[in-house]
Write a protein of this length. Structure first.
Length: 250
């Protein structure tokens, strides 16, 4: 019960890494609000999380919201604050890819990736930072990517958004450290989710050759790190980027 009585928001938690984070939080006793765009998936995750509750009083909330839209984020965040009373943990996990070589990348695809991956964390943090300051302590965890550290072929938009998240994380960590808010980033390597399913087998084989631990990651590998950063054991850690990547970047 690592997170007993904690109130958390996890964005993009209807599948993949976000879902594993939400499941881990619920298993460790947190009340949780899931933000995502697909209503059917939200209904499904609501039921799945209800089924693994460890305390009958644990609250599970799901909200349909496009995290790239400030007004929508403000509305649903205020609804969650009303229902929970406060929010202790914010995990900014929602993200997309729209890969293409820069020469072929449309302005629309560049903007959409920046809006969903990077502008979204401005939206959630801007809305929630004042309420979180009122807590005795709070945790913000941003899911970046190793691509934000080393770049990647065909991902100028994605790499820029994920590197931007790291700069944002470090700057906000400095701004709110005196208020006892820890802000950290996790940089996953190659994790088996729908996002990476579309990568051609030949490319996957090449990627595997560059992973010293010789396997792709599971969403649970990322959830384990996020669980640590969300709990009291990480109280002296802020402004850091943790690669969870089987040793790809070292
Ligand atoms: P996924 O595609 O399986 O899930 C993405 C989630 O984000 C979904 O729940 C989706 O509904 C949500 N989402 C997308 N656009 C949204 C929007 N506008 N508003 C609200 N929610 C939205 O992806 P995943 O692989 O689980 O990735 C989760 C995070 O981890 C992303 O930020 C991704 O960039 C990052 N990441 C993934 C990998 C990987 O190998 N899978 C590697 C590094 C970083």
């Amino acid at each position: 019960m690592h997170l007993k009585n904690k109130k958390a928001i996890v964005t993009g938690a209807t599948k993949g890494i976000g879902k594993a984070i939400a499941q881990a939080f619920v298993k460790h006793g947190a009340d949780i609000a899931v933000f995502a765009t697909n209503q059917d998936r939200l209904n499904r995750i609501q039921k799945e999380l209800e089924d693994i509750k460890v305390d009958p009083n644990q609250k599970i909330i799901t909200k349909k919201v496009d995290v790239s839209k400030y007004a929508e984020v403000e509305k649903v965040s205020n609804e969650v604050l009303n229902e929970f009373g406060h929010v202790d943990i914010l995990v900014n996990n929602a993200g997309i890819t729209k890969d293409a070589l820069l020469m072929k990348m449309s302005e629309e695809d560049f903007d959409r990736v920046i809006d969903i991956n990077l502008k979204s964390i401005y939206n959630t943090c801007k809305v929630l930072i004042r309420p979180m300051i009122k807590n005795s302590k709070s945790k913000i965890i941003n899911i970046s990517s190793i691509v934000g550290l080393i770049g990647n072929f065909g991902q100028t938009n994605y790499a820029a958004s994920k590197a931007g998240m790291i700069g944002f994380t470090k700057s906000l960590a400095k701004e709110v450290a005196s208020k006892n808010i820890n802000v950290n980033a996790v940089a996953p390597g190659f994790i088996e989710t729908e996002m990476t399913e579309k990568i051609p087998e030949k490319i996957k084989e090449q990627i595997l050759k560059n992973i010293p631990l010789k396997r792709f990651g599971k969403p649970q590998d990322i959830a384990n790190m996020v669980l640590f950063l969300a709990g009291d054991d990480s109280d002296f850690i802020t402004g850091q980027v943790f690669a969870v990547d089987g040793g790809m970047v070292m």
